[in-house]
Design a binder for this molecule. Structure first.
Ligand code: ATP
Ligand code: FE2
Length: 325
């Protein structure tokens, strides 16, 4: 049985094909980017509508299959931007009805965790999920993926993109900041906000924006200092979660998982704590269709039947009963 998964929660339209064993046959995407400034939800949605036929065609070619070989259609039902989510939902509904196959709407954040478990072989990790909109520490407890810690304001990727915009970088700014930070060792004092296992970034954002405007600092030093501060917050909160809920594995995923310094900090902490650490490979860590397809396989196997395919912009991870494990 092959599952076709459609991801469209934010700026990425992704389509993936995965089989029942978890082999990824194809994982194609098109991401809406800008040279300057952030993204507008309706522009991203327009991009998804325009690119859909091309991405679908590329996906089927890469998987060397035909549309009729698809046995399940899965899509990201939430959380995400309404306009973007709806483009994926419409595409998935029409494909499923055309092919007369089951339609499965999955939770985007949970799909990130499950594809990470597949690639790492971890059975019961603490997941640090760091992306543009989401920043959460998740782990399974009493049948649901519970949020043990999360951002109290904006996602860490969003934080990086916003300060990047202030420094005249295009979107996404995360990779550029990662690169420039390596050129500096000069730490500029920034606010550090952590409450238990929760953390916040908007105070640091305001401070960095003020420092940029002052014109007194090198961009490299600002990048280095911003990274050191927010990644220390994330590492500290994850370490606290490990101590608190007694798990033995740490999984890092989401688009910001690409960051070399964040990986390094978590690796050191995991070693000191004597727990295993894995990073999800980049093609499957950022938003992608294959993770949606794999989640579709898992839920279909567990007998899930969908009764409402409306998108849920604010769908929480801990609203979902995990009955596929
Ligand atoms: P979600 O919908 O789950 O919030 P997303 O739409 O933000 O996800 P992702 O692909 O998961 O999409 O993540 C994109 C984010 O990752 C952007 O904010 C980008 O700046 C950031 N990013 C990418 N590469 C790096 C890097 N090397 N260092 C830091 N941040 C990075
Ligand atoms: Fe994501």
């Amino acid at each position: 049985m092959l599952c076709l998964g459609i991801e469209s929660t934010a700026h990425t339209l992704g389509i993936g094909i995965v089989n029942e064993k978890g082999t990824v046959l194809a994982n194609e995407k098109s991401t809406f980017t800008t040279d300057k400034g952030g993204i507008h939800p309706s522009k991203a949605a327009q991009h998804h509508v325009l690119m859909y036929p091309f991405v679908l065609d590329r996906t089927l070619k890469a998987a060397k299959i035909q549309l009729k070989d698809v046995g399940i259609v899965a899509f990201s039902q939430g959380p995400g931007l309404g306009a973007c989510l709806r483009t994926g939902a419409v595409a998935a509904r029409s494909l499923a009805s055309l092919l007369k196959v089951p339609l499965i709407g999955v939770n985007h954040c949970i799909a990130h965790i499950e594809i990470g478990k597949l690639t790492s072989g971890f059975k019961d990790p603490i997941t640090l999920y760091v992306s543009g909109a989401n920043t959460q520490i998740l782990a399974l407890a009493s049948g649901r993926y519970r949020v043990f810690g999360e951002t109290l304001d904006i996602g860490v990727g969003n934080f990086l993109d916003v300060i990047g915009r202030a420094m005249n970088m295009g979107f996404p700014a995360g990779p550029t900041i990662d690169k420039l930070a390596k050129k500096s060792k000069t730490y500029i004092e920034l606010p550090y906000t952590i409450k238990g296992m929760d953390f916040a970034f908007s105070g640091i954002q305001t401070k960095v924006e003020q420092l940029v405007q002052s014109g007194k600092h090198e961009t490299e030093d600002l990048c280095f200092s911003a990274q050191e501060t927010v990644f220390a917050e994330l590492t500290e909160a994850t370490e606290r979660a490990i101590a608190h809920i007694n798990k033995k594995e740490i999984l890092l995923t989401g688009g910001v998982a690409a960051n070399s310094r964040l990986q390094e900090m978590l690796k050191i902490m995991s070693k000191e704590r004597g727990v295993k650490f894995a990073v999800v490979p980049m093609s499957l860590a950022g938003d992608n269709g294959a993770m949606i397809a794999w989640q579709g396989i898992l839920e279909h196997r567990a007998g899930y039947k969908m009764d409402d395919s409306r998108v849920e912009q604010n769908w929480r991870t801990d609203d979902v009963d995990v009955n596929w494990i």
